[in-house]
Design a protein around this ligand. Structure first.
Ligand code: ATP
Ligand code: MG
Ligand code: MG
Ligand code: MG
Length: 461
């Protein structure tokens, strides 16, 4: 089944259940200051869930363009993570609830008329105390108890926190559907969130059942397509592989998916796609917020090209391939592809202008650190690499982690502050609060454990 066909089937199935088909929201929702990019299908319906808008419909289905910066370092390493991806969702605003959400998910996945996935391949997780969901999967769907796994709040409560501990607001348990792969691992394809509580005040009496309960689900389009197409990674599906092939041609490197270059080509593919969709919406690479993320993605892809011996802009040549591969759902991309290519090329030119010097300096730095047996990349060095050579600190941090070096974020900030004072430039802006800041904090906290690490999410070795 082609990816375009899967998208259409999903929307048609939920229309047959009374959901109104709504278009994707933009990728960069400037109307919503709480996020840089749309992270999930439910984002455009936040006010519907909170009862803040007059409801013109109580059931909806969408295919939403999403971008998750938190997954940047997963891209290329795991078989199933992108930055940009599409999320299929069905939503109920005080209308249908747990039983229908569960039964319909199962029907769509396994019914001959729809995806026809063998039921034995599927298993689910539920929140540990959610007996209602457990029993629905067991009694209404007929899943054996051994394939219904109870998990704690880190995985199966939204937002992830113990039920009585998180921030005030709507929250609830969720249930995830996994597909069992031939290699013995499982991939998460669908998350059903049951927002049934409003959390207010202090525990233990702070979980109030909502008078009208909501359903918010998200199914990964690319992941489910990879299951339907029986391919080993998302990058092998019909809507992504042509971009991988174009990247391989433009870079002059054969795509061997188990090699280092395979990982680089996947990252290039993903980052090209994310950049095209964002720049199409006029989010150009720049110094902060969403623009900074796009700059980072382009520079990361350029670095991958550089490590495959490219010395001139190449990423912009993939814009056509992205537009072509996405044209059924997003025909509008071809209207802006020339402008988008120009923007990418000029960002590439800027980085290629300094990357040689930057990489030399980084290599010397690493050599010196090894000689001196030091383990932390000094913040002052990172600041020079950023301000003089245009190397984003996150990129340097990734390179450092590959050498098992840690990164001195505090020192880096201090050095950048001093630089801002000296140069009078507003560099500090980069570090104001917001999701990006949170991401940096998270990266700072995450020790690098090497590419050999095995996660539940099938690392490509
Ligand atoms: P994972 O644990 O694999 O990172 P998740 O639990 O973070 O996934 P959800 O927030 O539950 O994902 O999103 C709903 C669905 O969207 C997932 O079940 C998956 O199919 C898909 N999805 C999530 N993140 C990505 C990604 N980075 N790339 C591709 N698909 C994704
Ligand atoms: Mg995730
Ligand atoms: Mg998950
Ligand atoms: Mg999930």
């Amino acid at each position: 089944m082609k990816t375009d066909e899967l998208r259409e089937k999903y929307l048609a199935f939920f229309e047959s259940k009374g959901c109104v088909r709504k278009p994707s929201d933009v990728l960069v929702p400037t109307w919503d200051p709480s996020v840089l990019f749309t992270p999930a299908g439910m984002n455009q319906f936040k006010d519907h869930f909170l009862g803040k808008v007059k409801l013109e419909f109580t059931r909806a289905a969408t295919c939403q363009k999403c971008l998750r910066t938190g997954d940047i370092d997963n891209v290329g390493r795991t078989a199933f993570h992108h930055t940009f991806f599409e999320m299929l969702g069905n939503f109920s605003f005080g209308d249908y609830f747990k039983e229908d959400a569960i039964r319909w998910a199962w029907e769509f996945l396994t019914d001959k008329k729809w995806l026809n996935i063998p039921g034995e391949r599927l298993s689910v997780t539920v929140y540990k105390d959610d007996d209602e969901a457990f029993n629905l999967w067991k009694d209404k769907v007929g899943l054996p108890e051994s394939r219904i796994v109870r998990m704690d709040e880190d995985e199966n409560f939204w937002p992830a926190s113990a039920p009585s501990q998180g921030p005030d607001g709507v929250c609830g348990p969720c249930s995830e559907v996994y597909y069992h792969l031939d290699d013995g691992s499982d991939v998460e394809i669908w998350n059903l969130v049951f927002t049934q509580f409003n959390r207010v005040g202090e525990p233990p009496e702070n979980l109030n059942p909502l008078p009208s309960k909501n359903i918010d689900t998200g199914m990964g389009l690319e992941r489910t397509a990879s299951v339907m197409q029986g391919v080993p990674t998302n990058f092998h599906i019909d809507s992504l592989f042509p971009i991988v092939e174009a990247a391989s041609e433009v870079c002059g490197v054969k795509y061997d998916y188990l090699s280092d270059n395979g990982r680089r080509l996947r990252r290039i593919t993903d980052h090209a796609r994310a950049s095209v969709f964002a720049i199409h919406e006029n989010v150009y690479p720049g110094p902060k917020d969403a623009k900074y993320v796009i700059k980072r993605l382009i520079r990361r892809a350029v670095l991958d090209g550089y490590q495959m011996d490219l010395r001139e802009p190449f990423l912009y040549k993939l814009v056509e391939a992205v537009a072509e591969a996405s044209k059924v759902a997003y025909p509008e991309l071809s209207e802006t592809s020339e402008r988008v290519a120009q923007v990418i090329k000029s960002e590439e030119n800027a980085f290629f202008g300094t990357i040689d010097g930057g990489m030399k300096r980084i290599e010397q730095l690493f050599e010196q650190m090894r000689d001196e047996s030091s383990v932390m990349v000094p913040g002052a060095e990172a600041a020079v690499l950023n301000t003089t050579y245009g190397v984003p600190p996150e990129l340097l941090q990734t390179l450092s982690a590959e050498q098992n070096f840690t990164f001195d974020w505090a020192g880096y900030r201090e050095a950048m502050d001093e630089h801002a004072l000296v140069s009078g430039a507003g560099q500090r802006e980069l570090f104001q609060t917001g999701p990006l800041e949170t991401l940096k904090e998270a990266l700072r906290e995450t020790p690098f454990v090497g590419y050999e690490e095995t996660q539940s999410q099938a690392i490509i070795k």
